[in-house]
Design a binder for this molecule. Structure first.
Ligand code: RS7
Length: 724
């Protein structure tokens, strides 16, 4: 009874080993006993080595393969095993995917055929399934980060993560290297001078520019470009159709009629669906930070926009605080150049906070972490959903651990260099969690809810809806192969996965989405922090709408589409516009008399700044109070209001550090690790790839006709998972 064994070692740096590798084949009748796989020259990266395992007795049906890696005298070096292929004495071929690092612990693999728990036919496999979940729940634990913030993985450093999800050596090294160098070279102390003498000084900061950055620099003051960014810039998530003005934003038709077509009124344009609103109410009442003992300022603006007959979108009124009144004027495009520019700058700073903390950090990174930890804890490797989602969780825990340390810890970037600082940032994040609704994460629903179906030239919507459809078709193709509605209802592992997401991600908060109506609902102690800031003036908003259980395949498919869309397309939409990858880039920071040569970026891959590179367009902090009266602002007010030199330089450094994609990225739909061995799921993967490629071509053709191409939602530019 000879079994032929083929062992494949991963093709990543340091994946190979000289350890002694042992295998045990476990069948329904008996097992082979532990046998050594003798590889005289070791298991080197990318190798496919064949062995024979002889068994005196008949194993019965082969169920499991156990691997153990034992150190030689020099100590254990970890081994990245990709997969084991077993050919039985009857000639049957069985694939056992591994795709993980092996330390000193034994690893038990089962074949690649996906199975639901209630369809397991062998008691041994059921026991293995339960045991593996028990182990995983020990390895992946939840940790409470702060009140009202989604839970995180329990690990302080990336190296504390279980081997199953660890970075490859290369990635660890790359990250540590680039952070160390950048921080040493750029972490400026408080500069002697806080403000910029003029915007020309700022221009010297970035030497190499993308076309987009040059465009931003040239056009940031223009109203058309200011409006355009709400649709196709870094943050297409704030804008909503306005069919009735909020009570606290008393814009009159007289104020804005000169910006509307002749003879038309604001009411008529609202009725026609041509008026839009960005309301930064989540920033209401938050205090500005102190940076180097200097007060910084936040506003909580409302910005009204008009979609013109020429198909541009322009701002027509801005109020900087939520409470209407004489000390809170409504700024108009007809005001003085500097009044209007200052008002727009405060809106851009509000955008910075909403974009980075709510739509980028919370709604992509932190949610992706919830999906990852729930997948690791609640779904065994044999589960079809585990196989489907695993590639969409790659590196996410590591990047989030590092992001928490670098960005939002009390000594991180936000507390040190932004106007929102630490305390207001935490409060803002808590409010943002309460605004999380299921529909806001499902693009087709979100577009409808925001009333954005018809607004012209909205490429985020057009590309996003197309991608949603492609991902939905793929997920449906895979999951409906394994599930009927009745399977969905019976699958307790699936339901436990959903419960974890609901409890840890959305904090079991049935009233998410009700931030301004809290007095009408008793709050759980977890959300008591809200009562101090929330006025009860708005009508109730419906509950969060998150499913608490699945009843049908359709519900399941929609939810899983949302998961994959969030970690690939949505993350790309809000992340990629900060910088652009390119080759052979060299840039440096030139500040006053200080010349800092950043890590010598003459080696590929490098990057160039896109929207994130021109600070006045995306200020992280503002140093003068928002104007309470019109007619006082001058050119100096504008440059004194911009973030300090130190904040600007450190923001650009952070953009450099965190946007540094690595060479081992997998674009959406590329699954080099085989987890499904059945024909139908494999065909679905191929079809997914074809659909994505066709869509990529469509975007390329469309972009040729645009003054500013929209590339953030191109499938080639997005990863399977959040890795940056
Ligand atoms: C990035 O993630 O690529 C850059 C983020 C960034 C750059 C400059 C200022 C602030 C931020 C931020 C942020 C919050 C989300 C970051 C998640 C990062 C891994």
């Amino acid at each position: 009874n000879d079994y032929n064994i083929q062992v494949v070692t991963g093709e990543i740096l340091q994946a190979g080993t000289f350890n002694k590798i042992y295998i045990k084949l476990i069948g329904t009748e008996c097992n082979s006993g532990q046998q050594r796989l003798k590889a005289p020259t070791g298991f080197w990266p990318g190798s496919k080595l064949s062995f024979t395992v002889s068994c005196t007795a008949n194993l019965g049906t082969l169920l499991l393969v156990e691997l153990e890696s034992k150190a030689r005298m020099i100590g254990l070096n970890e081994w990245f095993c990709a997969e084991v292929m077993v050919t039985t004495p009857k000639g049957e071929e069985l694939l056992f995917p591994c795709h993980r690092w092996l330390g000193s612990e034994k690893v038990v693999l089962r074949d690649a055929v996906a199975t639901l728990r209630h369809k397991e036919t062998s008691p041994e496999l059921l026991a293995h399934r339960q045991e593996s979940l028990k182990v995983r729940r020990q390895l992946f634990k939840w940790s409470i980060y702060a009140d009202g913030i989604p839970h995180t993985v329990h690990a302080e450093f990336p190296c504390n993560l279980p081997p199953e999800v660890r970075f490859s050596f290369t990635k660890d090294k790359e990250f540590v290297f680039s952070s160390a160098v950048a921080f040493m070279k750029i972490n400026l102390r408080c500069p002697l001078k806080f403000s910029w003498s003029s915007l020309r000084e700022l221009d010297t900061l970035v030497c190499r520019k993308t076309d987009i950055l040059e465009y931003v620099q040239k056009n940031w003051k223009r109203d058309e470009f200011f409006g355009y960014q709400f649709l196709n810039g870094l943050n297409p998530m704030m804008i909503k159709r306005c069919s009735k003005l909020p009570d606290n934003f008393p814009v009159t038709s007289d104020m804005v009629s000169s910006f509307l077509p002749m003879g038309s009124t604001l009411e008529q344009e609202m009725e026609k669906g041509n008026v839009f609103l960005c309301d930064y109410e989540r920033l209401r009442g938050l205090d500005g930070n102190l940076i180097c003992k200097k007060q910084q300022y936040l506003a909580a603006p409302l910005c009204l926009l008009f979609s013109t007959p020429q198909e541009t979108l322009v701002p027509i009124a801005i109020q900087l605080f939520q409470e209407a009144g004489p000390e809170n004027p409504i700024f108009l495009p007809s005001d003085s150049e500097h009044d209007w520019l200052l008002a727009k700058m405060f809106v851009r700073n509000a955008e910075f906070n909403e974009h980075e903390l709510n739509f980028h950090l919370l709604r992509t990174h932190l949610l992706a972490e919830i999906f990852t930890v729930a997948t690791m804890r609640d779904l065994p490797a044999a589960h079809p959903l585990f196989k489907l989602l695993l590639p969409h969780t790659r590196f996410t825990l590591q990047i989030n651990i590092m992001a928490r340390k670098t960005l939002i810890s009390s000594y991180g970037y936000f507390p040190k260099f932004t106007a929102i600082g630490n305390d207001s940032m935490m409060e803002f994040l808590q409010r943002a969690v309460l605004s999380l609704t299921y529909s806001s994460l499902c693009l087709p629903d979100d577009i409808k809810e925001r009333g954005l179906e018809k607004i012209p030239n909205f490429y985020y919507r057009d590309d996003g809806l197309e991608l949603w459809k492609i991902i939905f078709k793929f997920v449906n193709g895979i999951l409906s192969y394994y599930y009927t509605d009745s399977d969905v209802q019976t699958d307790i592992e699936l339901q436990a996965w959903l419960t974890s997401i609901f409890q840890s991600g959305f904090l079991e908060n049935p009233h998410a989405g009700m931030i301004f109506f809290l007095d009408f609902f008793p709050l759980s102690p977890k959300f008591s922090f809200l009562s101090k800031t929330s006025p009860s003036v708005h009508p109730p908003i419906p509950p969060s709408g998150f499913p608490k259980s699945f009843s049908t395949v359709e519900e399941l498919v929609k939810f899983v589409t949302m998961v994959i869309f969030t970690v690939s397309a949505q993350h790309a939409a809000v992340n990629n516009g900060q910088v652009r990858k390119c080759f052979l880039v060299f840039f440096r920071f030139l500040c006053l008399n200080v010349i800092l040569t950043l890590p010598d970026l003459t080696t590929p891959p490098g990057f160039q700044f896109d929207y994130g590179g021109w600070m006045p367009n995306f200020p992280s902090s503002l140093q003068q109070a928002p104007p309470r009266r019109k007619g006082l602002a001058t050119e100096h007010t504008v440059s004194d209001t911009l973030p300090s030199i130190s904040s600007t330089v450190n923001t650009m450094a952070i953009v450099y550090l965190l946007c540094h994609d690595t060479c081992d990225r997998y674009a959406l739909g590329n699954y080099p690790e085989v987890h499904f061995s059945e024909e139908i799921p494999q065909k679905q993967i191929q079809q997914f790839q074809t659909d994505l490629l066709q869509f990529e071509k469509k975007i390329e053709t469309r972009n040729k006709t645009l003054e500013l191409p929209y590339t953030y939602m191109s499938p080639q530019n997005m990863n399977n998972s959040i890795t940056i």
